[in-house]
Design a protein around this ligand. Structure first.
Ligand code: SF4
Length: 266
């Protein structure tokens, strides 16, 4: 008997049952930084962040824009009482301001409106969904995580979600990369070629904000939001396959904890 057959028999079913059942592996993933305490007087935590993710409010309170966080850990090491990595896979948001922690005033109200309108748009996409992926200046890490969705652990097909090579057949556009100017036109043409209703997911901190390249360079536009209307913002450097699955189900209103049709999440 082939060693691969024996290995398969020994390992049994490795495919996750998430989202039908909780998955302890998903809960162990390191996510973007959260604020856990007030900054020490006299120190400026914003100075340690290479991407400008950390800001100070008028009352010296500190906030993190997770859409800019590349998970370098500098703030966590320098200020362990102020910052910590989040755990789990639920970093995606339906609005760009929704990625700021602690939440900005009015975030929940805005999210509710966006959630309701997205649920209306995507009602027809619940059970059979096709994805098109476009790399708009990625370093290749997000592509590895997206490719992993097809392996036996994640097996995205079990959720009725498939990849397609043609924009004409695509419902969801996954965009990675910092927004290379050279990819702006191909991105627009891909989006225009997709039938309605269509969803755009910015996958990874680079796609959300430009990441380490920041708001723009001679070659990049600081994320893909200036090129396309983004529906789901997924930070992470790179986001793991579980987080990409979460972002997809958030867009489709299929997260298990959510009331039917609301999309749940933030
Ligand atoms: S982990 Fe790095 S990128 Fe993220 S907030 Fe901290 S210093 Fe900034």
């Amino acid at each position: 008997m082939s060693p691969w057959v024996l290995r398969g028999l020994r390992d049994g079913v490795v495919t996750t049952r998430w989202p039908k059942r909780p998955d302890g592996y998903a809960d162990t993933w390191r996510g973007p930084v959260v604020v856990t305490g007030p900054p020490p007087p006299g120190d400026d935590p914003a100075a340690v962040c290479p991407t400008g993710a950390i800001s100070r409010g008028p009352g010296a309170e500190v906030a993190v824009d997770q859409g800019r966080c590349v998970l370098c850990g500098r703030c966590v090491r320098r200020f362990p009482d102020v910052f910590a990595f989040s755990a789990g896979i639920g970093a995606a948001s339906l609005t760009r301001p929704g990625l700021v922690v602690p939440p900005l005033p009015g975030t929940e109200r805005d999210l509710a409106a966006v959630r309701a309108s997205l649920a209306e748009r995507t009602a027809a996409l619940r059970r059979s969904v096709h994805l098109r992926h476009v790399d708009a200046g990625s370093d290749g890490t997000e592509e590895q995580e997206i490719a992993a969705l097809l392996n036996p652990v994640y097996d995205i097909h079990r959720l009725g979600i498939y990849f397609t090579a043609s924009p004409r057949h695509a419902d969801v556009l996954l965009v990675t990369g910092a927004g290379a100017y050279g990819m702006a036109e191909p991105l627009r043409r891909t989006y225009d070629g997709m039938p309605d209703p269509k969803i755009v997911i910015a996958v990874g901190t680079d796609a959300v904000s430009g990441g380490l390249l920041g708001d723009g360079t001679y070659a990049t536009s600081g994320g893909v939001g200036s090129v396309l209307p983004v529906d789901v913002w997924l930070p992470g450097s790179p986001p793991p396959p579980f987080a990409i699955l979460y972002a997809l189900l958030l867009a489709l209103g299929r997260l298990p904890s959510a009331p039917a049709g609301t999309g749940g999440g933030r």
